[in-house]
Design a binder for this molecule. Structure first.
Ligand code: FAD
Length: 424
């Protein structure tokens, strides 16, 4: 395994995991890690939480330092360099970099993540922010520290986390979403409604089912957000958290299928010698009988490891069938003094059963709730809010989507209760 050449494009959670797992698995050949950002890989989850509130200094988000990457991992490290094209037509895969260089490789891993969806007409307005990179977080925090009115557009995980951080910093916060409830598209309106109540209890003004019609500015600086029906909300800072788009434009001429992500088979292969991992990958999940694309931190690591395993199999034991990647997706969100945890597939479920939901004074005590998600027959997802971490995790096997998972609709509360020390 010394004369091969592998390039990983995207130097973040997924790309770094691929590189580390390849070296751990014994791969000694050339290993290039190409990243558009001019910094070492860092964690994004703290950016909308502790970095915004100031609890974590930006530099503490680094996952590894450059010395480790170059010396211990012996990487051909190219940070601040964008890949601009991939040619898969020949016997090797030819990666083109913005420097004009070409890297001829036996395998290329695409791990280029996603970028924030833009709101046309708002580019360049001072005080209007998106949040994906460390630089975005530093710029947003600076703006939040000037105080005043924060308007968050988008009621998904990112939008609700930013709203919580804004309140923690003492700003007046308004959150606007087109959904019927905050987090509605993520965890359904049943628990989404609870999350909206909690935000209101913390002093956030929440507008659901509303559309943004304009973002007015004066002398290039944002002054407000206009909603359908004529409402105008004053704003010193606006955060656009309206979803994201897979970064595949650089693959436009590659011939790969890039319909909402790099489309892969169950083994994370997009074409011979081309694999994908992390937020950008849309792969076939056999237990769910469809493709999934998962924008979760845990998936970036798990899929990165799966991709490295299959690359090593192909190099070490040609002809050995590659392994299917069949994770139980997991994500968390931290807001105020509670954590939401989700296992399995919860978005867009046909059936949602709220098994437990406290009523309380949410600004003082964390909410506690548990819900199960599925398609009527099978339970495919579980969400716990404010519970002992073991409570939702206890149902992980039950929502795995494979044949071994029992159908726990009736027993789920007992299982989770036991793991939550019976303490509801
Ligand atoms: C603010 C924020 C908070 C989050 N919080 C949570 C959370 O609480 N829980 C959770 O489960 N998940 C969370 N996530 C999601 C999690 O961080 C992502 O799932 C994870 O970062 C995905 O890793 P990735 O490596 O696939 O993609 P990314 O982290 O997006 O990295 C892709 C990298 O590829 C680079 N790149 C793009 N194009 C090119 C190119 N052409 N050439 C070279 N490099 C390129 C990009 O610059 C980027 O550095 C959060 C994300 C954000 C932004």
């Amino acid at each position: 395994m010394t004369d091969a050449a592998i390039a990983v494009v995207g130097a973040s959670a997924a790309g770094l995991t691929v590189a580390e797992a390849l070296r751990r698995g014994g791969y000694r050949g050339r290993l290039s890690l190409v990243g558009a950002e001019p910094r070492v890989p860092y964690e994004r989850p703290p950016l909308s939480k502790r970095v915004l509130t100031g609890a974590t200094p930006p530099e503490d988000t680094a996952i590894r330092d450059a010395g480790y990457l170059e010396k211990e991992l012996a990487l051909d490290l190219r940070l601040g360099v964008r890949a601009t094209g991939l040619d898969v037509s020949g016997t090797t895969r030819r990666l083109t970099l913005e420097t004009g260089e070409h890297l001829d490789c036996d395998a290329v891993v695409v791990a280029t993540g996603v970028r924030p969806r833009a709101l046309p007409g708002t580019e360049g307005i001072d005080g209007v922010h998106v949040l994906r990179t460390l630089d975005d977080a530093v710029a947003l925090r600076e703006s939040l520290l000037t105080g005043g009115d924060l308007v968050v557009v988008g009621g998904g995980v990112l939008g609700t986390e930013v709203a919580a951080a804004g309140r923690t910093l003492g700003l007046r916060v308004t959150l606007v979403t087109e959904e019927r409830e905050t987090l509605g598209a993520v965890i359904g309106s049943e628990l989404g409604g609870l999350v909206a109540q909690v935000h209101r209890a913390h002093g956030v003004t929440v507008h659901t089912g509303r559309t943004v019609t304009g973002i007015p500015s004066c002398d290039g600086r944002v002054t407000g957000v206009c909603l359908d029906g004529g409402l105008r909300i004053a704003a010193d800072t606006v955060v656009l958290a309206i979803g994201s788009v897979p970064v595949t434009d650089w693959l436009a001429d590659s011939g790969l299928d890039v319909a909402d992500g790099v489309v892969c088979d169950a083994q994370c292969r997009a074409a011979p010698g081309v694999l994908a991992a992390g937020d950008v990958a849309r792969w076939w999940h056999p237990h769910h009988d469809r493709t999934l694309r998962v924008e979760h931190r845990m998936n970036a690591s798990e899929q990165g490891m799966a991709v490295a395993r299959n690359l090593i199999l192909a190099l070490d034991s040609p002809g050995t069938p590659a392994l299917a990647y069949t994770p139980v997706p997991y994500f968390w969100s931290d807001q105020y003094n509670w954590r939401l945890q989700a296992y399995g597939v919860v978005a867009g479920a046909d059936r949602v059963e709220v098994l437990h939901c406290d009523a309380g004074a949410w600004d003082e005590v964390p909410p506690r709730a548990l819900a199960l998600y599925g398609d009527g027959e099978r339970a495919l997802g579980v969400v716990g809010i404010g519970l002992h971490p073991a409570a939702a995790r206890a149902l992980r096997g039950a929502v795995a989507g494979d044949a071994s998972g029992p159908v726990p609709w009736g027993r789920a509360l007992d299982i989770a209760s036991a793991a939550n020390d019976g303490n509801w």
